[in-house]
Design a protein around this ligand. Structure first.
Ligand code: 5AD
Ligand code: SF4
Length: 457
């Protein structure tokens, strides 16, 4: 069936959700719905949700909750909860959100169109948390929204088999499964032809790509993607320290297009806690992988995820995390206070850490990392860095940022994933340019194009 009207999609959570939302957008588009960024205009509202921490879950309920009133004024408005919270809650979602029309679990996206048809014919409170009935590459694409974009995510595998004791992912995203490499390459080729220059390959643990299926390795997949001519940069996330292979480290060194940046979540610097988290490595093996990386790829930028206040974490355990940060000198970190998830085993652990203590540890950790990041960024002053241009720096609503010499300010990223702002009127989105770094801040760098970059129009 074809419909008319506007669809609004709100995406909460990780990069994988961003990718999934694009697939949902493509389905809505094929059904005749135009996209809107104006909630008042929407005839259908989709919230693609995340359940990794309590806060993200609450965000989804509070966003969708506001439509109870709205539907009294606008009875035809359809509301959809999609993704991880939908998978986790199923029918229970209606207890808090009786006005909700559809609960669409993580494996049910391919049936979204069918459910929209049912809603349009008057059915309400539909729940689909069933298993996937198609290989996920069969989901449609919509390349209309790619205009003026440089960088895209491409999911190469779904689910996770690692069962870290704090994590809901294996329960809401299911078992790990990898896509066939040819379909990944085909999808990226289409994106490249539409002007995309940077690809981030996504999976919960990209290092085990293809292992279960007996397909090509992740390092080999990087080689295939690197052969796509118009793709200039390749990134990937996330890597699991226990599966980071020497092959992959070597591929990062050998393939110019693969950015010299690795996100390698450590979660804790204490062996005691790593074991309780079921991470499958020790502090020593993590540090030895970091050492291998630094030796093979000397200019590598490193980032990580840390959880503070995991059950049983003592001050001494936490100090081990602080000392690991000092030892590795990450370029950036994502740090979280442990959040109890009822479907994950750690929820049943005794030894829960007091909330205030968690916040104190989080703040102490972030303060330490800020000082490391500042120091590392300052060191870049005076260096020439290659930047992939993403666009003009825009303030929220009042147009472009102008520099003191009244030039438009542009923005892009280095291979090491640092944001760089610079003045230019002539450089184009998607260009790779050399920028001399003049100033370094905590979250960005500021520089000027080297002389050769000032090309005439
Ligand atoms: N509480 C806090 N942080 C969590 N993460 C995953 N589960 C939890 C939880 N229950 C963090 C981990 C992971 C990142 C994506 O989210 O650090 O790497
Ligand atoms: Fe969650 Fe661990 Fe799987 Fe990452 S590796 S998604 S933290 S279970």
């Amino acid at each position: 069936m074809r419909y008319s009207g506007y669809a609004y999609i709100n995406t909460i959570g990780c990069q994988m959700n961003v990718y999934d939302s694009e697939k949902l957008a493509a389905i809505l588009n094929a059904l005749g719905f135009a996209h809107t960024r104006n909630l008042d205009q929407a005839d259908i509202v989709v919230c693609n949700t995340c359940s990794i921490r309590h806060k993200a879950e609450e965000k989804a309920f509070s966003f969708l909750g506001r439509f109870a009133k709205e539907k009294q004024k606008k009875p035809h408005l359809l509301t959809v909860m999609a993704g991880c919270v939908a998978q986790q809650e199923g029918n229970n979602a209606f207890k808090r959100l009786p006005h909700l029309d559809l609960v669409l679990g993580t494996q049910a996206f391919s049936r979204f169109g069918r459910h929209i048809d049912a809603l349009q014919s008057g059915q309400r409170q539909i729940v689909d948390t069933g298993p996937s009935d198609v290989i996920f590459e069969a989901m449609p694409d919509d390349t209309n929204f790619l205009e003026n974009q440089v960088s895209r995510f491409v999911t190469i595998m779904q689910g996770c088999d690692n069962y870290c004791t704090y994590c809901v992912v294996p329960y809401v995203r299911g078992r790990e499964r990898s896509r066939f490499w040819k379909s990944i390459v085909k999808e990226i080729q289409v994106l490249a032809d539409k002007g995309i220059r940077e690809i981030t390959l996504l999976g919960q643990n990209v290092n085990s790509y293809g292992v279960k299926e007996g397909g090509i390795s992740f390092a080999a997949l990087l080689g295939k993607v690197a052969c796509i001519e118009k793709i200039l940069r390749i990134r990937f996330a996330t890597s699991h320290p226990k599966d980071l292979s020497p092959d992959l480290i070597q591929a990062m060194a050998d393939l110019d297009k693969v950015c010299s940046h690795l996100h390698l979540p450590v979660q804790s610097g204490s062996d005691n806690i790593l074991q309780k988290m079921n991470r499958g490595y020790t502090r020593k093996t993590y540090l030895s992988r970091i050492n291998d990386l630094k030796n093979t790829c000397p200019d590598i930028a490193l980032s990580t995820d840390i959880i503070v206040g995991f059950p049983y974490e003592t001050r001494a355990d936490f100090n081990d995390t602080l000392s690991l940060l000092t030892e590795v000198q990450f370029d950036s970190i994502f740090a979280f206070a442990y959040s109890d998830r009822s479907s994950a085993p750690a929820a049943k652990f005794a030894g829960q850490v007091d909330e205030k203590e968690k916040m104190d540890r989080l703040n102490q950790l972030l303060a330490l990392q800020d000082s490391v990041t500042k120091k590392k960024n300052k060191y870049l002053k005076g260096q020439i860095m290659e930047v992939l241009v993403e666009g003009f720096s825009a303030r929220h609503h009042d147009g472009f940022v102008k520099t003191s010499d009244n030039m438009k300010q542009m923005t892009g990223r280095t291979a090491s994933n640092k944001v760089v702002h610079f003045p230019s009127e002539t450089i184009r989105v998607g260009d790779l340019v050399n920028i001399t770094i003049e100033n370094a801040y905590l979250h960005s760098l500021w520089g000027r194009p080297t002389e050769s970059e000032h090309h005439e129009e």
